[in-house]
Write a protein that binds this ligand. Structure first.
Ligand code: NAD
Length: 285
């Protein structure tokens, strides 16, 4: 786009909206909640009235600070250290969550990481780490959540459904990503994991969906937004011409977990400012 045409574009406006109390009396567990997108989701779920378990693996201080911040919303919250790729840790975490909060109604399967490398240099350790956390971790947490949801069933006072799982996937469940084969494979796997479980457990009134963020301002991808040059380059991939913020994802998660979204099941919702619109073709390709 020429600089003259660019100058005529409207200024970017960031939403200034209030999250309604659509999750009152619900209990949520958010994995990897002490940073980035997980933190943004935990904050919005609490604003919507949900009690929140803050799972973390490193940096306990930030997890405990977040718990204090969430409690200021008048909800119950506690932090629990668990490696989502470790079966025993995950089972113990859900056990404690039910013991402390009495139930779990919402799982946000968010914990994830990258170990990037050119394909022929990618080590088995890098591959296994990413698949272990991003895919096996989501499997292990979803399995425990489904057991709890099925056992409890629907409590109409709380929600129309017995439980909700939201997988945090990525635009890279559909956009291939050179240099990140392990990450893209993990997110492609999350898509079919989500759809397969959704098909299987829907008759039990359990809703399962994915949120697929584009570029969101978090520590994991600081290199793409922390300098003006990098930010301008990133904008070439985003038709809506702004980076996503963690509360953009948080608001979607709160709505998707609520009965407002009761008929949405087995779907990936892309939240990416149009990154999946093939912006390279915007001027005819
Ligand atoms: P982040 O690094 O800020 O947060 C990831 C969190 O997961 C951290 O709290 C980390 O400690 C935790 N974690 C890592 N390994 C763990 C383990 N074994 N057990 C428990 N927790 C663990 O990154 P983020 O950008 O907030 O990413 C969150 C999720 O969003 C990831 O699944 C990521 O793939 C996805 N995502 C991010 C973007 C983006 O632009 N930031 C885009 C698409 C998808």
């Amino acid at each position: 786009m020429s600089s003259t045409a660019k100058n005529k574009l409207p200024e970017v406006e960031i939403p200034d909206v209030r999250t309604p109390k659509i999750l009152q009396n619900q209990k949520a567990l958010v994995t990897g909640a002490n940073s980035g997108i997980g933190k943004g989701i935990a904050v919005e779920l609490a604003k919507a009235g949900a009690d929140v378990v803050v799972n973390y693996i490193v940096d306990p201080d930030s997890a405990h600070d977040l718990v204090d911040q969430l409690k200021e919303q008048g909800i119950a919250s506690f932090a629990f250290k668990a490696d989502v790729s470790n079966e025993a840790n995950v089972i113990e975490m859900f056990h404690q969550a039910v013991k402390e909060l009495g139930a779990i109604d919402i799982l946000i399967n968010n914990a994830g990481l990258q170990r990037d490398a050119p394909f022929e240099e990618m080590t088995l350790e890098q591959w296994n780490k990413v698949i272990g956390v991003n895919l096996t971790g989501q499997f292990l947490c979803a399995r425990e959540a489904v057991k709890i949801f099925k056992k409890r069933g629907v409590n109409r006072e709380i929600s129309c459904s017995a439980g909700k799982i939201i997988h945090i996937s990525s635009v890279h469940e559909v956009i291939p990503w050179a240099g990140h084969a392990n990450y893209a494979a993990s997110k492609g796997g999350v898509m079919m994991l989500m759809k397969s479980i959704a098909q299987e457990v829907a008759p039990h009134r359990i809703r399962i969906n994915s949120i697929c963020p584009g570029a969101i301002r978090t520590p994991i991808n600081k290199s793409v937004w922390s300098t003006p040059e990098a930010y301008d380059k990133l904008m070439e991939l985003i038709p809506y011409r702004r980076i996503g913020e963690t509360d953009d994802i948080g608001r979607l998660a709160a709505w998707l977990a609520s009965d407002h979204a009761d008929y949405i099941n087995g779907t990936s919702i892309f939240i990416d400012g149009g990154m999946t619109l093939y912006p390279g073709f915007a001027t005819g390709g």
